[in-house]
Design a protein around this ligand. Sequence first.
Ligand code: SF4
Length: 379
Amino acid sequence: QCVRACPCGALDYKRERGDVFTAMNDPKKVVVGFVAPAVRTVIASEYDLSVEEASGFIAGLMRKVGFDKVFDFSFAADLTIMEETTEFLGRVTNGGTMPQFTSCCPGWVNLVERRYPELIPHLSSCKSPQQMMGATVKNHFAQQAGISLDDLYVVSIVPCLAKKYEAARPEFAPEEIRDVDAVLTTTEFLEMVQMLRLEPKDVEPGAFDEPYKRVTGAGVLFGASGGVAEAALRMAVEKLTGTPLVDDLDFEEVRGFEGLKEATIVAGETTVKVAVISGLNNVAPIAERMKNGEHPGYDLIEVMACPGGCINGAGHPVPDRVGEMAARQRVLVEIDKLSKYRKSQENPDILRLYDEYYGEPNSHVAHDLLHTTYAPFRG
Ligand code: SF4
């Protein structure tokens, strides 16, 4: 109920590590964990890891804690880009409701439903990456691996308090089976590591598991403000021009910690005006103007509730040194630069998932499992 007062869920924070340990101790359960890009920025700093070491270490650490399968949330970020950018291009070409707001951040979605319900038609219908990953694991993976849904327990590890409330929303628990069974914050995950007295020497670094092993730099960028917009632009520009984007993949104007960043991108005959907002206080001027019927002059608007994006989420340990936020952002940017794949639409595991299961972005099956609806909050 406190979410009424705090859209980011800080007032009704509930630890779930006990539930996760219980599932891990049940021999019948297959416990799947997936970890958000921003979490590895904290793990890198906590264990003094290089950018190259961070992803492999966290996969090994999750296995050591007791997860049977470990996936990278960045995969779901890639899936989100496929769905959300396709929706955006559809709105551009078919004269749909504009501008389109991103819907990855449940703190922002909560604010719209509570304070700005007039803006609901502008929200992308895409579920957040957390819910897309949960729905994909509970449907595609369960079917492929032959695991009964009663025996599958899905856990996300995130920097976010609002995602706990999001995972428990009734629309994400069709037929009483939740897409995501438990949500651990970065801090709770580190507490589990301490409770098990795990040392870095106990961890054998490794890769994330099939069938969602490969991720792109675009997906990793989701962890910081501007990352969703940048990943979407890497796909939108390519689709609008009909030419593969080879160089100029970096849209640096949308990166950084300012509350409002803007970019104008010319893609063939289309000009796309983008705004990137971080910190909920910074969205009020645009939201109020739109509430009064004014067009804000943008086509795509990314909003993240936390200043700087998920790297500054309340589920992380509080930064204890100056420059920690910039260091966290650097980890993501460096991982992107070093990535073999840097555009969501070229991730081979994403393409295979569409071939095998979803058909194409925004297909009927994709709409059923990867999209949602919103409603004004009635209390
Ligand atoms: Fe959660 Fe903050 Fe990230 Fe939004 S910006 S998804 S509230 S951590």
